[in-house]
Design a protein around this ligand. Structure first.
Ligand code: URA
Length: 208
C-alpha cells in the first residue's frame, strides 16, 4: 500500500498534469471540472478498508474557489447515505450556528478529514487519517480558502498536528486556521453553543 508521502506525490503529479494540459505553469485555483475530477477520485477511492463499508464517500460541498472552508471529522450515517457533508443532527446544529453567525452555508465549503464513514461512527484511526489526508490537502490547494475552520480535535490534529480544542478554540493559527468545537460536541453540551457561534462569527469578520 502506498505511504502518505507517495500519495501526496501522486496528487502533486495530478495537479501538475492539469497545469500542463491547460498550458499554464501555475494553478491559481481549481476550476469546477478539475474539482469534479478530485471528487471522482475520492468517490472511487479504495486506499483504506473504510471504502468497503461505505454506501457513498463524502468529498464535501460548497463554492470553488472558496473564501471559507470548514473541516469536520468524518461522515456519519446520513452523510454516508446521501454523499453530502453535515446533513445529520450535527449538520442541523451547524446550520443553526452558521445562521446565528450570519454566514450562509452555500457560501462556505464544508468537508471532513476523512471522506468515508467509520463503522458505528467510531473515531477515525490514525492510518485512515494518513491515507485520506492527501485529499484534504488537495482540496485546500485547489479551493484556496483564505481561512480554514478546524472543527474538533480530529481536524486540528490532522491538519496542525495539535490537540486541545478547549485551549486552542477561538484562536487564529498560522494566519489561516481557526480552531473551534466540533458540532457534535456542541450537541452533547449546549453550553458550548455561544462560544461555537462566536468562533464562526470570526470567520465572517476575517479579512477576506
Ligand atoms: N461529522 C463530521 O465530522 N462530518 C460530517 O460530514 C458529518 C458529521
Amino acid at each position: 500500500m502506498a505511504t502518505g508521502f507517495e500519495q501526496i506525490r501522486t496528487f502533486r503529479y495530478f495537479v501538475k498534469k492539469k497545469i500542463i494540459n491547460n498550458g499554464n505553469e501555475k494553478v491559481i485555483f481549481m476550476d469546477h471540472v478539475d474539482l469534479r475530477h478530485l471528487d471522482q477520485q475520492i468517490c472511487t477511492c479504495h486506499l483504506c478498508p473504510l471504502s468497503e463499508g461505505r454506501k457513498r464517500a463524502v468529498p464535501g460541498s460548497g463554492p470553488a474557489p472558496t473564501d471559507i472552508m470548514l473541516v469536520g471529522e468524518a461522515p456519519g450515517k446520513e452523510e454516508d447515505l446521501t454523499g453530502e457533508p453535515f446533513v445529520g443532527r450535527a449538520g442541523r446544529l451547524l446550520d443553526a450556528a452558521l445562521v446565528q453567525a450570519g454566514l450562509e452555508r452555500s457560501k462556505v465549503f464544508i468537508t471532513s478529514v476523512i471522506k468515508c464513514r467509520p463503522p458505528q461512527n467510531r473515531k477515525p484511526k490514525k492510518a485512515e487519517i494518513d491515507q485520506c489526508r492527501p485529499y484534504l490537502q488537495a482540496q485546500i490547494e485547489f479551493l484556496h480558502p483564505k481561512i480554514i475552520c478546524l472543527m474538533g480535535n480530529t481536524a486540528t490534529q490532522a491538519v496542525l498536528g495539535r490537540q486541545g480544542v478547549t485551549i486552542l478554540r477561538g484562536q487564529i493559527l498560522q494566519d489561516r486556521f481557526l480552531v473551534t468545537y466540533h458540532p457534535a460536541a456542541v450537541l452533547r453540551n449546549r453550553n458550548l453553543m455561544n462560544d461555537f457561534v462566536s468562533d464562526l462569527k470570526r470567520l465572517n469578520t476575517w479579512e477576506l
